[in-house]
Design a protein around this ligand. Structure first.
Ligand code: MD3
Ligand code: FE
Length: 207
């Protein structure tokens, strides 16, 4: 379960009911006030995943309350129940130490059959608090690297629907990516007919 110091994988952590609830919430967030979209990078690249945020809006490479890059509207608030889920996730992955975790933003990524995410570090947060990741829908190949380079050494892990992953301590600033999703491997009973959903909770360190 601990694939590197501070990187803990808990397969099948979410119940089917929790997955259904999250899918329904993500579907509503995807429709506004700031609709889900392919993020455009500063040098013109377009990400293949589609992203919607709650709490704070991530635009490469900063967090704002208002989505200047989409429609100028304020993002939806970060719901209390999602923070509760994050604290429970931390407690279950690490044993105690979840009580004080106060995530204030969630990035929701939707992957269609072709979408992927290149190797990157998440360092736009001004906090070294852990990241909680929840996966729903199709399985994917997740690549967890090192803090020094985009390349080897890395560890490949399959992430499936309901899996929890927590990245803290020395793993918080490691390179990671999603080289591929496996189409048709999800359970439609989650409410997601196809594709993959990933929800990450973070502490921005902003106020
Ligand atoms: C390790 N998302 O949103 S989740 C991202 O599946 C992101 O959509 C991927 O990378 C996805 O930034 C991977 C696993 C993950 C998320 C954040 C991390 C691993 C992480 C932050 C630090 C270290
Ligand atoms: Fe990331």
């Amino acid at each position: 379960r601990e694939i590197a110091p501070g990187a803990v994988h808990v397969p099948g952590w979410l119940t089917l009911d929790e997955q259904r609830h999250l899918v329904r919430a993500c579907r509503e967030w995807a429709m506004g006030p700031v609709p889900i979209r392919h993020t455009v990078l500063p040098r013109g690249g377009v990400m293949s995943v589609r992203t919607v945020c709650v709490g704070w809006h991530w635009q490469p490479y900063r967090y704002t309350r208002v989505a200047h890059d989409v429609n100028g509207r304020r993002v939806a608030g970060f719901p209390g129940w999602l923070g509760d889920l994050g604290r429970r996730a931390l407690a279950d992955a690490y044993g105690a130490a979840g009580e004080t975790y106060e995530p204030d933003t969630a990035l929701i990524n939707f992957y269609d059959d072709q979408a992927k995410m290149g190797m990157h570090q998440d360092k736009d947060e001004k906090s070294d608090a852990p990241v909680v990741s929840l996966s729903i829908g199709d399985r994917c190949l997740f690549r967890f690297g090192n803090t020094e380079t985009r390349g080897r050494p890395y560890t490949d892990v399959e992430l499936a629907s309901g899996d929890l992953f927590v990245f803290g301590g020395p793993s918080r600033f490691a390179y990671h990516g999603v080289p591929k999703v496996y189409p048709g491997t999800g359970d439609p009973a989650t409410g997601l007919a196809s594709g993959r959903l990933n929800i990450t909770m973070r502490v921005t360190g902003l106020r």
